[in-house]
Design a protein around this ligand. Structure first.
Ligand SMILES: *Cc1c(COP(=O)(O)O)cnc(C)c1O
Length: 397
């Protein structure tokens, strides 16, 4: 009998009792809205902003409804106007082009390489040819590109870099936290990311004007002094009447969920990486599977694992089926039709026709992805890797 994996890929760890107790207190108080405070009280959302700004090493932080919403605000608060071009890596998740579209931007996609990172040569070429003033850099699946090269390109062309850190909360490049390279960064605390509050987003920046605009746009009314990591009131005086309220605040319950997990993040990163490395070890060494050697500058968070079987893309549905029959749930970024969380840039038809990106299509044609939940242990990850290896080898034979 071939071994079968039996745990679900979508199961999360429980929320701790300390957090549940804190949430009980907030519920009993009835004060769920961040501006509903009693004399001298700091709302849970306010405390979260203080603590996250400190943890991230950013001057300012805004807590809001989702990662996608934080991306929209990041672009708008950076001055994006209707019709502006936004350079973006072609390998990302659907809420990213959606956020660019919602903010009024027009994405121009940049090729990726065999390592799933943005191709910096194509970025430099497109920065030159389009004159774009914005780059939406998605650290997709936690793969951080060469940040010094990207910073130099942005500097040369006066481009504002916005970092999508949905998969890199807690990761670093050359010792600097992901999110602290661009003008502004967005994080997600949706269930499948590094902190689980169901839904939720965080925006960080060192720019006082971006921070003030984002806070007012998030729906602060004139209550912005209640924020935990906000610029001086004088900055708000300059922008408050020209920044629309686009309601997307965070409530105190979710803020309590995030605060309660922030202290465990570093430990969880170490746990994720042990699992990731067990998987990597199980499949690496096979001539039939390509994985990526992580650059030494990168301290990643192994919350998902990518590989490319050396198979004809036409064989991928069969591979997925065979793995699924043995309990291993693989996502494939090369399917013609978007499925579940995966989609390809050419399926975002609302953006209009996009120029073909041959390298990106070639890489995604065999890109497989698996989620690494903390409810798996290292032995589980070894077994998953062995099943994948077995099934890839069977189809390669
Ligand atoms: C999840 C995700 C987002 C959006 O986050 P939400 O909180 O779900 O809106 C943005 N970018 C990437 C790469 C993501 O995976």
């Amino acid at each position: 009998m071939k071994p079968v994996f039996e745990k679900p890929f979508t199961q999360q760890e429980p929320i701790s009792n300390t957090v549940i107790e804190r949430i009980g207190e907030i519920l009993r108080s009835g004060r769920l809205h961040r501006y509903n405070t009693v004399e001298g009280e700091k709302a849970e959302a306010t405390l979260l902003e203080q603590e996250y700004a400190e943890w991230q090493g950013a001057k300012y932080c805004l807590a809001c409804t989702s990662g996608g919403y934080a991306l929209q605000l990041a672009m708008r608060a950076s001055g994006l106007q209707q019709g502006d071009t936004v350079l973006a890596n072609a390998y990302t998740l659907a809420p990213v082009p959606g956020a660019i579209h919602a903010a009024g931007g027009k994405p121009i996609f940049v090729e990726i390489g065999d390592d799933w990172r943005i191709n910096t040569d194509d970025l430099a070429t497109k920065a030159e040819s389009t004159g774009a003033k914005f780059l939406m850099l998605s650290h997709m699946r936690g793969h951080i590109a060469d940040m010094e090269t990207i910073e130099a390109i942005c500097e040369k062309h006066d481009i504002s870099m916005i970092e999508d850190c949905a998969h890199t909360m807690g990761a670093t490049w050359n010792g600097k936290r992901s999110g602290n390279f661009g003008k502004v960064a967005a994080f997600s605390t949706q269930t499948y990311k590094h902190i689980n509050s169901g839904e939720g987003g965080l925006l960080t920046t060192d720019d006082p004007f971006i921070a003030a605009r984002a806070i007012v746009m998030s729906g602060s009314y004139m209550l912005y002094s209640n924020h935990g990591a906000a610029p001086d009131a004088k900055i708000f005086d300059q922008i408050k009447l020209v920044s629309p309220n686009m309601s997307g605040r965070m409530d105190n319950l979710r803020a309590a969920l995030i605060r309660g997990q922030l202290g465990e993040l570093d430990e969880n990163i170490a746990r994720w990486n042990k699992r990731y490395q067990a998987l990597e070890k199980a499949v690496s060494g096979s001539p039939n599977i390509m994985t990526v050697k992580r650059p030494q500058q990168e301290h990643y968070v192994g919350s998902s694992f990518q590989f490319r079987p050396k198979l004809d893309p036409k064989q991928l549905p069969k591979l997925l089926e065979n793995c699924s029959n043995r309990g291993v749930d693989i996502k494939w970024f090369g399917a013609e039709e978007p499925k579940a969380f995966t989609s390809r840039y050419d399926s975002w038809e609302y953006l209009g026709a996009q120029p073909t990106l041959p390298k990106t299509l070639e890489v995604l044609a065999t890109t497989c992805d698996i989620r690494v939940p903390l409810t798996f242990d290292e032995g589980d990850c070894t077994l998953i890797g062995e099943i994948i290896l077995d099934e890839v080898n069977a189809l390669s034979a």
